[in-house]
Design a protein around this ligand. Structure first.
Ligand code: NAP
Length: 321
């Protein structure tokens, strides 16, 4: 492999790793994946060195820290969800790349299957029965009689759909543009959303958070859902209107909600969600990024850019994802 050089100076400028969290493990694996690059923690770069930086690899960076990189050419997020980076990329007209990793999609698909089974096989109810020392078999419904509706058929939604189909569930899905996915009935638009919600026993939310998807699952839409349906939100907290969801659970309209994401994270200790008998709270763990596979993907994107100037597929900032 030829050693790539930096376009401005002929030598390689550092790549900044910018995060509000401890980035040392990330920097270690990224350096292993691209040993010819100098990847430096944002905090260790002087303001003068920051002016040389053309590529920032970021994990939830603060906008203030990003402001000092005046000669950035593009940003690579090591997270799949980039809603907090979109305003920054839009304001500075900076190309934004997000993590697209089959390993992440696989992990999410596994989580969707696990928590679908949790609801389908009545695990919350059996756990409650055990606490009451109650011996009571519940009605078994085969997977083939259960419809799982997936909101969002992107990298994660499609992987989840395939896993659910393989497990025998009936699967429907909703996305912005029309999709053809084997064994999945797909829908678009407002009437499509209505159909998916009205026919699903379990609704899985895998939409990015944008101005269009904010509170997309609200009171009006919950009303059309099946009596006793359940919700799994693995996307972002604000895609679901939590107050409307709580009201629907309390009114026995919905049976259960598995929530991995919240408008405020960590979920405040005084939140009513923690103790709600019909809510399972997870600490944003449905699909953690695998640093090793992510670093290889980021390295290959950076290497191609250094060699050819070509950027990977970009986030479409104007639509928010
Ligand atoms: P993606 O590939 O961008 O897919 C997004 C999907 O949502 C696409 O199918 C898109 O439709 C659809 N969509 C977006 N806006 C829509 C709208 N207004 N109406 C209808 N459909 C709409 O994203 P992804 O990689 O699958 O990730 C989805 C989200 O999961 C991320 O944004 C992130 O917030 C979340 N996430 C959570 C975790 C976790 O651990 N909990 C981990 C990773 C990611 P088109 O296909 O037509 O564009």
């Amino acid at each position: 492999m030829t050693t790539p050089t930096n376009s401005r100076s002929g030598a390689l400028a550092p790549i900044a790793f910018v995060s509000q969290h401890d980035g040392s493990r990330w920097i270690e694996v990224l350096a292993q994946a691209m040993p010819y690059e100098r990847i430096v923690d944002d905090n260790a770069l002087s303001d003068a060195e920051a002016l040389l930086v053309e590529i920032a690899i970021v994990a939830d960076p603060s906008p203030e820290r990003m402001a000092r990189y005046l000669h950035l050419k593009w940003i690579h997020s090591v997270w799949a969800g980039i809603e907090r980076l979109v305003p920054l990329a839009a304001a500075r007209q900076l190309p934004l790349v997000r993590l697209v990793d089959p390993a992440l999609a696989n992990t999410m698909a596994e989580a969707v299957l696990a928590w679908t089974l949790y609801i389908h096989r009545d695990m919350p109810a059996y756990a409650a029965q055990q606490r009451e020392r109650m011996w009571r078999p519940r009605n078994y419904v085969p997977a083939g009689e259960i419809t799982v509706g997936i909101l969002g058929l992107g990298e994660l939604g499609r992987a989840a759909a395939a896993r659910l189909v393989a497990a025998g569930y009936r699967v429907t899905g909703w996305s912005h543009s029309a999709k053809a996915i084997r064994a999945v009935e797909t829908f678009t638009g407002a009437t499509g959303l209505h159909t998916v919600l009205a026919t699903a026993d379990i609704v899985v939310v895998l939409l990015p958070l944008t101005s269009d998807t904010h509170h997309v699952l609200n009171a009006e839409r919950i009303v059309v859902m099946r009596e006793g349906a359940s919700v799994i939100n693995f996307a972002r907290g604000a895609v679901v209107d939590t107050d409307a969801l709580l009201r629907a659970l309390d009114a026995d309209k919905l049976s259960h909600a598995v929530l991995d994401v919240f408008e405020a994270e960590p979920l405040p200790t005084n939140s009513a969600l923690w103790n709600h008998p019909k809510i399972t709270v997870l600490p944003h763990i449905s699909a953690p990024t695998n640093r090793d596979s992510a670093a290889i993907i980021v390295a290959s994107n950076v290497t191609r850019f250094r060699a050819t100037g070509e950027l990977p597929a970009l986030v479409r900032v104007e639509r928010g994802y």
